[in-house]
Design a protein around this ligand. Structure first.
Ligand code: TYM
Length: 333
């Protein structure tokens, strides 16, 4: 079956192994199936829900686009653009804000995590951010949305919004109700310092994550210092449930080598972490370093990146402006 794919990544600093294994690697696989039509967006409007330095933001938009391309996204096969270049995203976001219910947003766990204790001081944008995400997806009639596990709840909200709009305006199937594409394994890569926390850009410890532009020395050091327990590696999957750090490192190894976790367990069962870490570091360096050097190469040509993004935006705009004019007709504008 052919799929219409949409997904986005925030340009808020270095992309890490979690973004790559949880999302971008999947973007590339989906793109490489010629039956799929793929749109990948650098979601800069989402980024400003927390304070950004304008100079850094511009740099991060280019870096995220460069990371897309360096990871294997091809602007000739997929539409690659940044969100702020297509005004329909903000326009539809407002319209959908009038469809979504406060109660739905109040349940969003990511807002609670990001806003922390002082909710009163969080931006309104951070609160309604999942509605902008719904606008991104629904504007393009996306049928499938590849994301990591942490975005599952936001996807469910997009589905609720699509259904409510269709029902309220008597427009069956006008908005396509999108399906999340969350990988069964490795959809949640955890921090290298704490196997119960997801790997995240906002973790203050650099040692908690491997960035896509880390040098080999940085990768080796981070894996060497990754938290483990004191047992040798297990000989079956069931033993992993109480060993989150072992599960995460074995998961990273499996995902990068495209093999099942049970195959990785067979390879390393009974070995010590120190031995396993040497192999893991080797694998991460082999897989990530080519991406990192490609990112740096692409970043030297800002004009090229800007052109990829603006050409992509032109194509996106064509699709989005048709959809928004239909939305307006339905609403009565
Ligand atoms: P963002 O920028 O936080 O993350 C980008 C993608 O990376 C995945 N991800 C992870 N996957 C596995 N393990 C991790 N530790 C990990 N950390 C991040 C995320 O699940 C995501 O797929 N709201 C979105 C961006 C967005 C979007 C959209 C996505 C805006 N509009 C429309 C899909 C469709 C976000 O903040 O992702």
């Amino acid at each position: 079956m052919s799929k219409k794919i949409f997904s986005g990544v925030q340009p808020t600093g270095n992309l890490h192994l979690g973004n790559y294994l949880g999302a971008i690697k999947n973007f590339v696989n989906l793109q490489n199936n010629p039956k799929n039509f793929c749109i990948y967006c650098v979601v800069d409007l989402h980024a400003i829900t927390v304070k950004q330095d304008p100079f850094e933001l511009k740099k991060n938009i280019r870096e995220t686009a460069a990371a897309f391309i360096a990871s294997g996204l091809d602007y000739k096969k997929s539409i690659i653009f940044n969100q702020s270049l297509v005004p329909a995203h903000t326009e539809v976001s407002w319209i959908l804000s009038c469809v979504a219910r406060m109660g739905w947003l109040n349940r969003m766990t990511q807002f609670k995590e990001k806003a922390g204790k002082d909710k009163e001081k969080a931006s309104v944008g951070l609160y309604i951010y999942p509605i902008l995400m719904a606008a991104d997806i629904l504007l393009y009639d996306a049928t499938h949305v590849p994301v990591g596990e942490d975005q599952k709840q936001h996807l469910e909200l997009s589905r609720d919004i699509a259904n409510k709009f269709n029902l309220e305006f008597n427009s069956t199937n006008f908005f396509i109700v999108p399906e999340p594409l969350i990988q069964k394994n490795f959809a949640r890569i955890m921090s290298l310092k704490d196997g119960s926390k997801k790997m995240s850009k906002s973790d203050p410890s650099e040692l908690s994550r491997i960035n896509l532009n880390d040098s080999s020395d940085e990768i080796l050091n981070k894996i060497k210092k990754a938290k483990t327990d004191n047992e040798p590696l297990p000989d079956n999957e069931n033993d992993l449930s109480k060993r989150p750090e072992a599960e995460n490192l074995l998961g990273i190894y499996s995902s990068l080598s495209d093999q099942s976790i049970s195959k990785t367990i067979n390879e390393f069962s009974g070995k010590n972490f120190s031995e396993f870490k040497v192999m893991l570091a080797d694998l991460v360096v082999n897989k990530i370093l080519p991406i990192s050097s490609e990112i740096n190469k692409i970043l030297k040509d800002e004009k090229f990146i800007d052109k990829v993004l603006s050409d992509g935006a032109e194509k996106a705009n064509e699709i989005a402006s048709k959809k928004i004019s239909n939305i307006k007709k339905i609403i009565g504008f």
